[in-house]
Design a protein around this ligand. Structure first.
Ligand SMILES: *Cc1c(COP(=O)(O)O)cnc(C)c1O
Length: 437
């Protein structure tokens, strides 16, 4: 029997693997949104990261210059803006900015936010409980041999398509934990190699991300000294991502980018299971409310969050249920089933979504490299689909009209969230640069 959801026009477009745009009909004015989590939880996460700064600085010397704060630059990319307008026959009114989480310390991807934050929170919990840390202590003491020995009796496990594993693996190994990363079939060999060289145990699966997570969770649950980082349901991970917004505020001010009723801010973020784009957007909505417009971008073969939100079925539906493969060159976005937690939190907050064909990821990648000299991995390049298409689809044009944005676009800012790339080895970069689909 034909499923009811197959009648939705957007689901038919997704099932046909067409590039599309979807506007979230459940978006609410921010003043009407009632949620159990908010700015207080983000502030708590931010303070925890500040407490850990002396520790991070010692563990990861590359963070020395930023005082142990893992943060990325925000920079205008006018040459890329011109290239996109010209090449894709579009107009991107306002300023185009790149948020370079692709270049974050330690993990070289957006996962350095949520992933490392959750490992640190767990570490604080264990250390306080065992009395090796007291409130008010300098957390730098956690790098001492006694502390490392204490942590070495504990395990951290995680399921990943690659980058989350890298982030959790590097952070956990630095603290002294035993780490097991359960990698899905999509994970790149170099990511597994890099982890193994840091003493991390990598379990490989023939199956997709959801299976790797399920197996990891099962193994971890059997062991009382093992902690499982659950990308599909973790509030901690989400809050680690959300801290990005608080730090972005100062960066926007430095660039003289105003965000208010007359100066809208658009943000475009690639989406896999949803934690990273969800957390970052959640933080931005708390700060800029109705003046920030958040859009996710997913591959045409793996639009799991769009499917979950549009049908209202969230994690009860997978892209395979509508006949898609879930396979994509965007390994970081190769997720067939979204986080139900993120879908529900974002239901009243998300502006909408775009889907993108894999072949464009490589074009955007080469474009950015040629115009601005910045390398991003293919997954991260999905974000460019947003500003290119914003004025092209009927759905998004209607959104601009209904939110009274049409006359304000010249004063808008668009942030393309670059989610990964720094750690990609040179041979891999060469391969990407020469990939034409
Ligand atoms: C993980 C990842 C994303 C998406 O994050 P989710 O939390 O899975 O939605 C986007 N880009 C890159 C490069 C990633 O590694």
């Amino acid at each position: 029997m034909e499923k009811e959801y197959m009648k939705l026009p957007v689901v038919q477009e997704l099932a046909a693997a067409k590039q599309t745009a979807w506007i979230n009909p459940k978006l609410q004015p921010f003043s009407e949104v009632r949620q159990e989590i908010g700015m207080a939880e983000i502030d708590d996460a931010k303070s925890r990261l500040d407490r850990f700064a002396p520790f991070i600085r010692k563990c990861f010397p590359e963070t020395e210059k930023d005082g142990g704060i893992i943060e990325s630059a925000l920079r205008p990319i006018p040459e890329m803006q011109e290239y996109l307008e010209h090449t894709f026959h579009t107009s991107i009114p306002g300023r185009l900015l790149l948020k370079q989480d692709s270049h974050l310390a330690v993990a070289g991807s957006v996962k350095a936010r949520g992933g490392i934050y959750e490992v640190l929170k767990h570490t604080e919990d264990l250390a306080l409980q065992a009395g090796i840390l007291r409130p008010g202590d300098d957390y730098g003491k956690l790098t001492e041999p006694e502390a490392r020995e204490f942590f070495s009796q504990y395990k951290v496990q995680v399921g990943s398509t690659g980058n989350l594993g890298l982030s959790i693996g590097m952070a956990s190994a630095a603290i002294g934990y035993q780490v097991i990363v359960h990698m899905s079939a999509d994970a790149k060999q170099w990511k597994k190699d890099m982890l193994r060289s840091h003493g991390v145990t990598v379990m490989e699966y023939e199956s997709d991300y959801s299976e790797a997570v399920k197996n990891g969770r099962r193994q971890s649950d059997k062991d009382p000294k093992s902690y499982f980082i659950d990308d599909e349901n973790s509030v901690d991970l989400f809050m680690g991502y959300a801290v990005a917004a608080k730090r972005l505020k100062g960066q926007l001010e430095q660039l003289n980018v105003v965000v208010d009723e007359d100066h809208p801010l658009f943000v475009y973020i690639p989406c896999g299971v949803g934690g990273a784009p969800g957390g970052v957007s959640f933080g931005m909505k708390q700060l800029w409310k109705d003046n920030v417009h958040c859009f996710f971008v997913e591959p045409v073969q793996a639009p799991c969050m769009l499917l979950g939100m549009a049908t209202g079925l969230h994690n009860k539906i997978s892209v395979q249920d509508i006949g898609l493969t879930g396979l994509t060159h965007a390994d970081g976005l190769a997720v067939g089933r979204p986080s139900g937690f993120v879908g529900r939190v974002m239901a009243p907050l998300l502006g909408g979504e775009f889907t993108v064909d894999d072949k464009w990821l490589y074009e955007y990648m080469r474009g950015l490299l040629n115009t601005e000299g910045i390398f991003l991995e293919p997954s991260a390049c999905a974000s460019f689909e947003g500003p290119i298409q914003l004025l092209k689809y009927e759905e998004t044009k209607k959104y601009l009209k209904e939110h009274n944005l049409e006359g304000k676009l010249e004063d808008a800012a668009h942030i393309v969230w670059a989610t990964g790339g720094r750690l990609v080895p040179e041979e891999e970069r060469e391969k990407y640069k020469n990939t034409y689909l």
